[in-house]
Design a binder for this molecule. Structure first.
Ligand code: C5P
Length: 233
């Protein structure tokens, strides 16, 4: 069974990334590498992580441009065959579809509304509905265009699930284990078990696991295993 945890490998350091992945492989199958890592190490850096660790990659590039440019960019990434590649749903139907058509096995993952945007921010840039209803309609358009996974806040899981159906994979950050002290800068968090019970397929978790690195690789491995176990209890 695939682990529901995606580790957010938020480091620009290739060697640390490799060690974090090695330390947690027993509990985690998919690893999120983002722009910071990609801009530091490029396609070759991602390929070396894949070759050395055998991990599946969630490539979080959040592509957003005209369809032709997104198509060509997704085609460059295609040779890595990441498990997931993110695009902004607000790029529109043709853009999402261009990404979908440029890849084969990769799931195009639509990011709806960034949770860093407040309702006021959305109104200011011209969105008419609430963050929640806008996220629902963006998810619907993206899925119609061929996206097979969606990133959303844990609080939007049920609402998004009701419009996209059961076949779409829902991936959510903003998750914190019940025994974690403090929630870093994450607001309105949920526990892993709550998010899975609401219908999330994958949870993106970073610091609750990676912060254990200072205590050694076994501490990090143990924390990842504990979190997976807390979901299955
Ligand atoms: O360390 P933490 O568990 O907060 O990491 C969560 C990961 O998910 C980070 O890589 C962060 O950029 C990403 N993310 C998020 N909230 C969103 C979207 C993405 O925390 N709304």
């Amino acid at each position: 069974m695939t682990s529901p945890i995606i580790l957010a490998v938020d480091t620009p350091d290739l060697d640390i990334a490799r060690r974090w992945i090695d330390a947690t492989r027993a509990s985690i199958d998919v690893y999120k590498l983002g722009l910071e890592f990609f801009l530091s190490h490029g396609i070759d850096g991602i390929a070396s992580i894949q070759n050395e660790t055998g991990a599946s990659i969630f490539l979080d590039l959040k592509l957003h441009d005209i369809p032709n440019t997104v198509s060509k960019s997704a085609a460059v990434v295609e040779r890595l065959h990441p498990r997931f590649l993110t695009v902004h749903a607000s790029g529109g139907r043709a853009m999402v579809s261009a990404a979908v058509n440029a890849v084969t096995t990769t799931s195009i993952t639509a990011v709806t509304i960034l949770t860093s945007l407040s309702e006021n921010d959305l109104a200011e840039i011209g969105f008419k509905g609430s963050a929640f209803t806008t996220a629902q309609s963006l998810a619907q358009v993206a899925v119609d265009a061929g996206a097979t996974s969606i990133v959303c806040s844990p609080h939007e899981i049920s609402g998004i699930r009701s419009v996209v159906g059961d076949a779409i994979e829902i991936i959510t950050p903003g998750v914190r284990p019940a025994d974690e002290t403090g929630s870093d800068d994450q607001m309105r968090t949920m526990t892993p078990a709550q998010a899975i019970a609401l219908g999330a397929n994958f949870l993106v978790i970073g610091r609750p696991i990676t912060s254990r690195w200072s205590q050694g690789s076994q501490a990090m491995a143990d924390r990842a295993a504990e979190i997976v176990e807390s979901i299955h209890k």
